[in-house]
Design a protein around this ligand. Structure first.
Ligand code: ADE
Ligand code: ZN
Length: 326
């Protein structure tokens, strides 16, 4: 088995997947029809043709429009169940799913509808597919900290259904420090904390995520390579980075997968993982990310094993489950 074949076959954890980013155009149109929602595109092909992104914001505009078809518990269940089936095919045995409550509450969808729909799909994934999973509630960073506090409050009645919080959406201009107090509150509540940083933003945002939000993982973090001190810190602490190569390619963070910094980060001793981010929009689920990255960066079987081990080391699974997975 060569490195690419091993990358496809090896059991792995996915730690950076926005569940709304797994909504395929076919399902978007099916849900639009079911719910009587009007879309700005005439059909699946026209929508897919619009997936030519120039940066993060150009993607987010379409991503939020796509999520507008999600109204009922069944919709959230169907979306997550479709993801879990894809994950199973890619030998994902554990997944930590981001969800964006504010994208839905802004349209009048109750937080409970979102969480119950996702929770029932998680239970089904465990019982029918043997995939363990968890939910991480993300705050939209282009909105205010006050809005984030209100989102947390609305989610607390469902506290047992999510293990942590994250920070996503438009990065530049919305530094982690904007959310220092709400993250402090989340830590007090015993929630795990992660944040997107260093995707389009500078290394300074990664330092802020570490020092002010006290994150346990950084999502993306590819800007680390611009800052030798930060690289040394990440190598020393093994603070994990959930890297998403095809996302970085589609959002023009890198021009070519062969220029992606992942291999340099791995060689520098960082705890890097490979993830799909928004697979319905970026041209591939886990195995497509793994295979294309391993190929482009000419990684070997040892690299593949190291990245798979990192995915479990970086996950929030119990020590018992981690021991089973490693
Ligand atoms: N929301 C969904 N995907 C995202 C990404 N790649 N960066 C920031 N926010 C997101
Ligand atoms: Zn992301």
């Amino acid at each position: 088995m060569n490195a690419v074949e091993l990358a496809r076959a090896i059991p792995k954890a996915e730690l950076h997947i926005h569940i709304e980013g797994s909504l395929e155009p076919e399902l978007i149109f099916a849900l639009a029809q079911r719910n009587g929602v009007q879309l700005a595109y005439p059909g699946v092909e026209a929508l897919r043709a619009a997936y030519a992104f120039t940066d993060l914001q150009s993607f987010l505009d379409i991503y939020y429009a796509g999520a507008s078809v999600l109204l009922t518990e069944q919709d959230f269940h169907d979306m997550a169940w479709a993801y879990f089936q894809r994950a199973k095919a890619d030998n994902v045995i554990h997944a930590e799913l981001f969800f964006d409550p504010q994208t839905h509450t802004a349209r009048g969808v109750d937080t409970g509808v979102v969480i119950r729909g996702l929770a029932s799909a998680r239970e089904r994934a465990q019982s029918e597919l043997g995939i363990s999973s968890a939910l991480i509630l993300c705050f939209l960073r282009h909105l205010s900290e006050e809005d984030a506090f209100a989102t947390l409050e609305a989610a607390l009645p469902y506290r047992e259904h999510f293990i942590g919080v994250g920070l996503d959406s438009s990065e530049v201009g919305h530094p982690p420090e904007k959310f220092a107090r709400v993250f402090a509150r989340c830590r007090e509540l015993g929630l795990h904390v992660v944040a997107h940083a260093g995707e389009e933003g500078p290394p300074e945002y990664m330092w802020q995520a570490i020092d002010l939000l006290k994150v346990q993982r950084i999502d993306h973090g590819v800007a680390a390579l611009q800052d030798p001190l930060l690289m040394a810190e990440l190598a020393h602490t093994r603070l994990p980075l959930t890297v998403c190569p095809l996302s970085n390619l589609k959002l023009c963070v890198v021009d070519d997968l062969r220029d992606h910094p992942l291999k340099k980060m791995l060689d520098a001793g960082l705890c890097v993982t490979i993830n799909s981010d928004d697979p319905a929009y970026f041209g591939g689920y886990m195995n497509e990310n793994w295979a294309q990255t391993v190929q482009a960066l000419q990684m070997d079987r040892d690299d593949v094993v190291a990245i798979a081990r990192n995915s479990f080391e970086a996950s929030f699974i119990s020590d018992q489950r981690r021991a089973e997975c490693l």
